[in-house]
Design a protein around this ligand. Sequence first.
Ligand SMILES: [Zn+2]
Length: 477
Amino acid sequence: MPEPVLFNTLGRQLAPLDPVEPDLVRIYTCGPTVYNEVHIGNLRTFLFEDLLRRSLRHLGYRVVQVMNLTDVDDKTIQGAHRAGLSLADYTEPFIQSFWRDQDTLHMERPEHFPRATEHIPEIIELIARLIEREFAYESDGSVFFSIARDPDYGKLSGFDLAQVRRGERVANDEYGKDDVRDFALWKAVKPGEPAWDSPWGPGRPGWHVECSAMSMKYLGPTFDLHCGGVDLIFPHHENEIAQSESATGLPFVRHWVHSEHLIVDGQKMSKSLGNQHTLKDLLDRGYTARAVRYLFLSVHYRQKLNFTFESLEGAAGALRRVDEMRFRLAHAQEGGEPDARLAEAAGRLKADFTAALADDLNAAAALAALFVFVKEVNVAIEERRIGTGDRDRVAAALADADQVLDVLDPAAWPDAAAPADDDAAEDAVAEIERLVQARQDARKRRDFAEGDRIRDELAARGIVLEDTPQGTRWKRR
Ligand SMILES: [Zn+2]
């Protein structure tokens, strides 16, 4: 197996994966704040993390992944207050819809998905340790992290503290800080807000400290990978490092991996532009979750993903090419010696696919390897080289790649093609094959006018023919 290399935001360079335990990768991923339906920008990050865990397993590692659910912060508290609900009643439907989206897109569940509200004791313990080590101080029932005590601060983001001047105006809720740059670990209760008891009086945790406490509880003081969208690098992840390393005196995370933004039609997603789509919006428009998954996997995680409806159609088209190959293979004549070229193509797919994933999760290159294989199989079908066992060999090669991609098997996607649609797609392929055969028959009879007529009919349907010594190949334009 090739040794995986991933871009490390800490140090800003490609670096070999270097897990604490050689064959086990411990991953922490910042989960959703459960105050609304997640949009496709969030889903891009979660799909990248699904690709990451599946790729690592494909490369021979065991994986333990933690994804937290932020169920207490300003947004959830405000939302619950406005709705007149308890925090738990308010967040529960959003948690459920989050899991529904995850399932719809075939994302694997992390091994642990802790909620902040269920880890208040661990959070309090971490804050107490930071006070004891003099990295944090209490003020009017709140606790703040003292950035001046942490010379390392800024090492992840390159953030220059000198840029933030002391004495700048302090936000209301952070009243009482010694230094404007300090951030809250514990926030004293305000009227009408949910609160937990603590050594500093009733209050609630800050967002950043939730992730430090929960990641170290499940993964240990030093673990392998920490992921999220690039928007979390500062201040969230910078603050996580500050809290965790100040509390333990140990390196917190070996490898920081961040996925780029998703933009829509070249523009930033925003409520005001009306382009903040949810998965449900796309499904309501008739697109399939399968195409969404394919599209999101096909763009390298460190590149901006420019979402357009045309790109989603392109993804559906790419999947159709795989489905058609499967269909033709299922109906091809099989017999005789297994085909050596096909066996070689299957071996090359496996090697190239794996190497691409090990190379900083280059899913685009992995998909390119897949389509080279699809083409090879189509050629083998057209040249009638499908020997005994070749069908199984092709199916096994696709299934192996699909352990990571999980988009190649249409039968696994009930929403992707209702049975009726599936039949229609198969009928369409059968009709094309019938016409290609009829044209060949006409040409054998030297009825070239009829042959040309059929060629034009196929061209009108977007089918391009290529005559070779072994027979006629067809493909979609
Ligand atoms: Zn986090």
